[in-house]
Ligand binder design. Structure first.
Ligand SMILES: [Zn+2]
Length: 300
């Protein structure tokens, strides 16, 4: 049975990119923090199903909730980086990006005592033209990235990216890429990886995406945010489309997650990356050997 990746982007409800124009960065300190209760709920859910996950944590959150980060690691989950303060790569200079991923890695490693291997960009913002971020990740000691979402969406997406875990060969070295899951439908790659798509589309979309990964012999990658399990979070005055994307389906999210965790096996991304790293480096542009290793891991 393939073990898919269960991933969580750990941020406060007011830090999502869609609220940027409504919530000033300077207001964050004054807003009610809810991340702790939300993460504890997720940890309970994962424990009930004996599932492991990767938590991509903002440095800003880690600095304010040290005990929570230790609890996540202590429960056997992987702690990885979601950058420092949710600045999108499309809004950063290379120097700012480097500072953000270096600082968050340092804080997370100090808290857990374990190396931080992975990174996910806020809003999947490593888009075509921003590949320099991948080189900086390699230079800063990261072993994998999970930001190249192979879909075409306004504001994000890496439309021609590969669908399954693979090696990226860059001038700075190599980096494993773990893309969020998509589902091919009528010639289009649809996001089938979680978040608003999991809340608003029929449950069967994500299920079909993960089943197709299983048929290819590779793990899929599912993601959510702690605030998606919190129907009681303070509501911000935002346009209707943002309201729908952020607040739609929050009430049934816990039930859906329960169903998903019962139906599929999940693990942390680091397990797949460990198998990829243990395999001989595949020739550039050929990731078949690496995928074979992923497949073997998933069936163990
Ligand atoms: Zn995020």
């Amino acid at each position: 049975m393939i073990a898919h990746h269960f991933t969580i982007d750990v941020e406060e409800y007011f830090q999502v990119s869609a609220f940027e124009s409504r919530v000033a960065r300077s207001a964050w300190e004054r807003l009610e923090s809810r991340v702790e209760g939300e993460v504890v709920r997720l940890l309970e859910l994962l424990a009930r199903h004996e599932a492991r996950a990767t938590f991509f944590v903002l440095g800003w959150v880690a600095e304010r909730h040290a005990e929570l980060i230790r609890t996540i690691a202590g429960a056997g989950h992987e702690v990885a980086s979601h950058g420092w303060d949710h600045a999108r790569v499309t809004h950063q200079t290379p120097t700012q990006f480097r500072e953000s991923i270096r600082r968050s890695k340092g804080v997370l490693e100090d808290l857990t005592g374990a190396p931080v291997l992975g990174f996910r960009a806020p809003s999947f913002s490593i888009v075509p033209g921003r590949e320099w971020a991948l080189d900086i990740l390699i230079q800063e000691g990261y072993r994998y990235d999970s930001s190249l979402f192979p879909v075409r969406r306004p504001g994000y997406g890496y439309p021609n990216g590969r669908l399954d875990p693979h090696w990226l060969t860059r001038s700075a070295g190599r980096l494993a890429e773990i893309p969020p899951t998509t589902l091919r439908w009528c010639g289009l790659e649809l996001p089938a990886a979680g978040g608003a798509y999991f809340r608003l589309l029929p449950y069967g979309v994500v299920r079909a995406g993960l089943r197709r990964c299983e048929r290819r012999g590779v793990p899929g990658t599912f993601y959510i945010h702690p605030w998606e399990l919190d129907p009681a979070q303070p509501r911000l005055a935002v346009p209707w489309i943002t309201r729908l994307r952020h607040y739609g389906g929050l009430r049934w999210m816990a039930r859906r997650l329960d169903r998903l965790l019962a139906e599929f096996r999940f693990t942390a991304v680091r397990d797949t990356v460990a198998a990829l790293l243990a395999a001989p480096a595949p020739p550039a542009r050929d990731h078949a050997a690496a995928l074979g290793v992923v497949s073997a891991l998933g069936t163990s």
